[in-house]
Write a protein that binds this ligand. Structure first.
Ligand SMILES: [Zn+2]
Ligand SMILES: [Zn+2]
Length: 309
């Protein structure tokens, strides 16, 4: 068994490049007078959320790592460390990311962790760093289990996950419009990910991809950015706060409040944690499907167009 396999912490190594890229984007926007918008408080909040994500990784990362090493002890399979194994691992881990991200939007328990990434009403490179502090508590590390059990070393799986995260950094920009068709067809791009950050009914729950957009096309969640439906960034119900603690924990508090209401059945209490965001026992809130339906009632001409089919 290749127990001693180690890879560099690529995300940590990339931090100086993140900072340089943010400065370049800032200058670009200032010089061109277009291609994005920065609001100081928003950008600072995003940077604090990024730092908190690193801190939570240092504090809680051992939980996922311990779980992965137990799986590695159990499995008799070991695919080794050749370059093609790393390549296959990267592609399969990108599929893993797609599903974790999709669960992150469709299961409120997981959304409670992911919501902060969508809490900015701006879209620039700092938005990419607005990452969760509570990922460990979603238990989404289990989605990596099959990769390790079929013989990809945990260090390789985490290395590929790090590369995936780095790829996703640069697509958080309005400075790049669209790439040639073949690039947009295969890769996740700024255009596809802008749509993912949209609160317009059309763009709710689309484009979960990390690196390859093909997963969204395969699983029916792809919606291209429309020139005539400009992306409105943020949450269906925007938070209206720059307080990092509120951003990090508000949805967990919301779940707790909803689950502990008086007079609910056990099923209703569980649904407040496990149903898609917007589910309510009395129908007083709207899910993304209902928001899409409400949009179609106002704009019947959109029926059958991207995001409404
Ligand atoms: Zn998302
Ligand atoms: Zn994003």
């Amino acid at each position: 068994m290749t127990d001693q396999l180690t890879y560099p912490d690529v995300v940590q190594l990339a931090v100086p490049f993140f900072i340089i890229a943010i400065l370049i984007e800032l200058v670009w926007i200032a010089v061109k007078g277009r291609g994005g918008r920065y609001e100081t408080r928003d950008a600072v909040t995003s940077l604090i959320m990024g730092a908190g994500n690193v801190a939570s990784g240092i504090l809680l990362g051992f939980i996922a790592w311990g779980f992965f090493m137990v799986l590695w002890e159990i499995t008799p399979l070991d695919l080794g460390s050749s370059w093609w194994v790393v390549l296959i691992c990267f592609v399969l881990d990108d599929l893993r990311y797609y599903w974790v991200h999709r669960f992150g939007h469709r299961i409120r328990w997981v959304w409670a962790s992911h919501v902060n990434h969508h809490s900015s009403q701006h879209y620039n490179l700092t938005t990419a760093l607005r990452q969760t502090w509570t990922g460990t508590f979603t238990f989404m590390m289990v989605v990596r289990a099959p990769l390790i059990l079929v013989g990809f070393h945990p260090a390789m799986v985490l290395f590929c996950g790090g590369l995936n995260l780095i790829y996703q950094f640069w697509i958080h920009t309005e400075a790049i419009n669209k790439f040639p068709r073949w690039v947009e067809a295969v890769m996740n791009t700024p255009s596809h990910h802008r749509a993912h950050h949209g609160r317009n009914a059309r763009y709710l729950d689309c484009n979960y991809a990390g690196v390859l957009i093909i997963w969204d096309k395969m699983f029916g969640t792809f919606v291209p950015e429309q020139d005539d439906d400009k992306v409105d960034y943020g949450l269906v119900h925007n938070l209206g706060t720059f307080n990092p603690l509120r951003i990090a924990f508000h949805e967990w508090v919301g779940i707790y409040r909803d689950m502990t209401q008086r007079g609910l059945t056990l099923r209703e209490r569980l649904m407040y944690a496990l149903a898609p965001p917007g589910w309510s026992h009395d129908g007083s809130r709207k899910s993304s499907e209902e928001l899409k339906q409400a949009h179609l009632q106002r704009h019947p001409e959109d029926k059958g167009s991207a995001g409404f089919s």
